[in-house]
Structure formats: structure tokens, C-alpha cells
Write a protein that binds this ligand. Sequence first.
Ligand SMILES: C[S@@+](CC[C@H](N)C(=O)[O-])C[C@H]1O[C@@H](n2cnc3c(N)ncnc32)[C@H](O)[C@@H]1O
Length: 477
Amino acid sequence: MEDLQSALSGRGLTVTTHPEKGRCIVSTTNFSPGDVIISQDPYASVPNNSSVDVKCDGCFTSSNLKKCSACQAVWYCGSMCQKSEWKLHRLECQALARLSKDRRKSVSPSIRLMMRLYLKRKLQSDQVIPKTAIDNYNLVEALVSHMSNIDENQLVLYAQMANLVNLILQWPDINIKEIAENFSRFACNAHTICDNELRPLGTGLYPVISIINHSCSPNSVLVFEGKVAVVRAMEPILKGSEVLISYIETAGSTATRLKTLKEQYLFKCTCSRCMKLGFDDDIQESAILDGYRCKDDKCNGFLLHYSDDNAFRCQQCGLVRKKEEIKQITSEVKLLSDKATTSLCSDYLEARAMYKMIEKLQLKLCHSLSLTLMRTRETLLKILMELKVWREALTYCKLTVPIYQRIYPTVHPLLGLQYYTSGKLEWLLGDTEDAIKSLTMAVDILRITHGTNTPFMKDLLIKLEEACAEAAYKLSP
Ligand SMILES: C[S@@+](CC[C@H](N)C(=O)[O-])C[C@H]1O[C@@H](n2cnc3c(N)ncnc32)[C@H](O)[C@@H]1O
């Protein structure tokens, strides 16, 4: 702990304890928006490979991959990544190679992550890999596990997974109970590693970054540069303030956020947004985000429960909508959604037709600002991008932007990325003036959340420069 404190003090941070939250990271200096508060390499990490989607173990790229010839289970994009991973993979490779081909295929990313945690611990204790103040197994042991609060079924599952790790590693003195506890630690401490556009690539354990607590209106954001986790300030953070990130999608209604945090992280959030639960404006906001629209097409009102829960009443015009009718449309949407999800993996044209039908039904059911309708439109945007139907994709992107602006704070990576998508589409379609506006808004946000020195940001800045140059050229006599 002393080593950690002294490593953090050089970065303007300290670890304190809070009676309800446990450990916290607090700033001992002022941070401005865009400042890197802390960055860390993973103690252990793994790509989220599946039978249909594989990534390089070193950099998580999906292109030019070759299998490790010995274990046939791990992929690399080239010799550089293979070499950088070799010390750890050498031991992992021997363990995997002992398994039958079928067994090897069934080793899930979570099992691999646990194996890699133990292999790293072994390599550090054998001094093959150096330990540092922010990269050692003691920090993993200090992470909360919530073992005494998780239910029995979950414990059984963790015990089964621990047995599997033992079976693969075949270390005589391995402690099954300790492995099971580490699975519980993964559940509330591991982070999903994402690319710059926040698409998931894998999972990593970052034991110092895991000390940062949650808020639904956080002052910082966690992004990834390759496998390195980077926490940046999104707003001015004054000396003495706690550094807070969000563990979950903050757009959900208060009840949804509280439920997710309780189920996955086992705590009751008491941030300023969650403390509004049950107050009038929170009830209204939730009814819009999660809720239904007025039956009258011309009314933009939202519905709240009415007369013993058998009906809903529009809060704007008073029109009543029967619960039965809502149930009927909901089940039609559910039926279609189940089919549509499968078509997403196989046939984009079919998926487009199905999601359009879902959107049509949801327009009858959901408030125009509802998250459910927005998610459908996000999916349609992705499908249309895959199909390269740019103009229609732009229409859907534009439909989501006002909702993003409403549900996210002015500096939020998802809002910045949506402006970026809009700008790219406008640029492609020759709407240069609009592209400049969207790309400028993207830069204003993403330079804070993603920094300015990454290839991703450089690419965005070049696109903006090109759009400005073209606009100037069009204007020149
Ligand atoms: C990733 S850890 C954060 C560090 C943790 N406080 C510690 O002592 O190691 C996540 C756990 O911290 C606690 N936690 C995080 N944010 C919290 C909050 N806003 N309120 C209460 N507890 C919180 C919960 O126990 C949660 O499962």
C-alpha cells in the first residue's frame, strides 16, 4: 500500500477509504478537462475470441492473423505481438496443448483470463517478469470480491470454473477457493477493453484503475489506447475531489441504473442522480426513457400508470391507453426482435427489413425520446453502414443525435462519436458545410475524452482539415 501511495503521489493522486464505498482515488492536485489522471497496462488481459471472431492476443486486431502453431488456440497478427506475449504464452501454450482439440476450443475468455492471472503471478514470483508498485499480485488480492454477498448458484458456478482452471494448469498447490474468489473479483473489477469507437475487444484487469469508484454523473472517463487503460478528466477536478467513472451505460432510467449496479457490483448508488429516485422530475424522465407514448399521433405526451395499473394515462392530454393494447404490441415487438437478432449475423438486407418493422411498431408504442426506439435506430444505422446505404444511414444517425444530446452530458464519448459518424457520412455525401459542423463538434468532445495524440484523433483532425479545405476551395472565385 505504501508503494502504491508513493507511486500515485507523483501523479497527483492518493488512495483513501470511505465507510460505504471502500477504497477511493482522490486527487491531490487540480485536473483540467482532457488531462490524463492515470493510465495502466493490464495485469492480465484476454481478447473476447469466439468460434466466429478471433483477435490477436497482443494488440487485439482482427486482421492478418496466424494461429500459434503449438497450441492452435491463440492468434497473433505478427512476430512482434507474438514475441511481446511469449513469456506468458509459453506457459499457457504448454497447458493448452495438453488438452484435447475439443476441450481447447471450449476454453472461454474468462477461463483464459484467470489462467493468465496465475501465470503472471508465477512469472513475477520467479522474477521472469518484474513487479512494480502498480503491477503486482498484492493489488489483485486487495480488490473487493463480495464473496459473502453473492448467491449460492453463482458460487457453485465460480467453483466449477475454478476446477476447470485447476484441471488445465495442473499445479499441485493451487487453491481452488482462492481461484473462485478471483472469479468473483473479476465480476466487479475487470474492465471491458474497447476500441476507440467503444466496440468491445476483450477483458482486462487493471488493479489500480479498479480502485476508482462509480458515479452516474462521473467527472472522468475510462478509454483504451490499445490495451492500456487511460482515465481522463471530463470536467475540472479540484484538489481533494474523488475521481469517479461510470461502470455502466448512464443513459438508463434511475431504476434501471440502480438495478444494474446492485446486480453486478452489489452496491446501492447514492450519486446525485440516483438520489432523485421517486421525485417528480425523475418519474417523468424515467417515463420518457423507458416508457410509452400517447395514443394520439399529434400529442407528444408520455404515459404514467392509471387506475389500478390496468391502464396508462397521457400526462399531456389525459387520453387513456389500455395496458392490454400495450402488451399486445410489446409481444409483437419481442417476437420480431428475436428473429431480427439472428438475421443480424447472416443477412443484412433481411435484418434491415425486420428492424424497420420493429421501428414502425415501436413508433406506435414508445415515446419519441425513448431509449428502446433509439436502440432500434442505432441498430438500423449499423446495418445501413454495413450495406453502404449512406444517405439513409445519415438519416438514422441524425435521428439519434437529439436523443444523445438529451441523455448524455455535453462532454461524453458516445455523443462525440455520434457527431463523428454524422460528420463522416456528410463528408462522404458531399454535404461539406454540415460535415464541418459535425466534425468540429466531434473534435470538441473527443479531444477531451480521447486525447489529441492518438492515431484515431489525428485521423479525425485530418478529416476536419480536409473538409475545411474543400469548403474554402468551393468558396474561392
Ligand atoms: C471496482 S471496485 C471500486 C473500488 C473499491 N471501492 C475498493 O475498495 O476496492 C467496485 C466496488 O466498489 C464499491 N463501489 C464503487 N462505487 C461505489 C459507489 N458509488 N457507492 C458505493 N460503493 C461503491 C462497490 O462495492 C463495488 O462493487
